[in-house]
Ligand binder design. Sequence first.
Ligand SMILES: [Fe+2]
Length: 162
Amino acid sequence: MTVVKSTLPEEALGVTGTALQETLVDLLGLSLIGKQAHWNVVGPRFRSIHLQLDEVVAATREHSDTVAERAAALGVSPDGRPETIAATFALPGAKDGWLRDTEVVELMVSALEAAITRLRERIEATEKADPVTQDLLISVTADLEKQRWMFEAENHPRDDAS
Ligand SMILES: [Fe+2]
């Protein structure tokens, strides 16, 4: 059923719709991982990591809304259902139970890195298909790279800061 008519030709719409849907799933999944780690983190760095995780959650939730609404604006129905996320999520996830602060930092760096790699592929894919969507994906990537940096910096050993 086509409800919202697209302004893009069919082939470009296919590429763009896939890029937006995959990004939506990555962002929603990251927001869930962020909360899971926010609730389960333990260790001496609890406070700073607990708070940092909520920044990731806020950023990914906001970006997921932008990405989903871009899809809708192009006539592609966004699918953010839990069963869709469970079936298609492809980033590293959290193990169950309590998570040591060091484990959380490693988890967030690897999950964000995987998301960034996938986003950069979609930035290339949408360059011709839809530069407007590409622009949006570039902003999302910049923000995830900022988040990744903040966790990566957390990981640096205290006695080797040079
Ligand atoms: Fe909280």
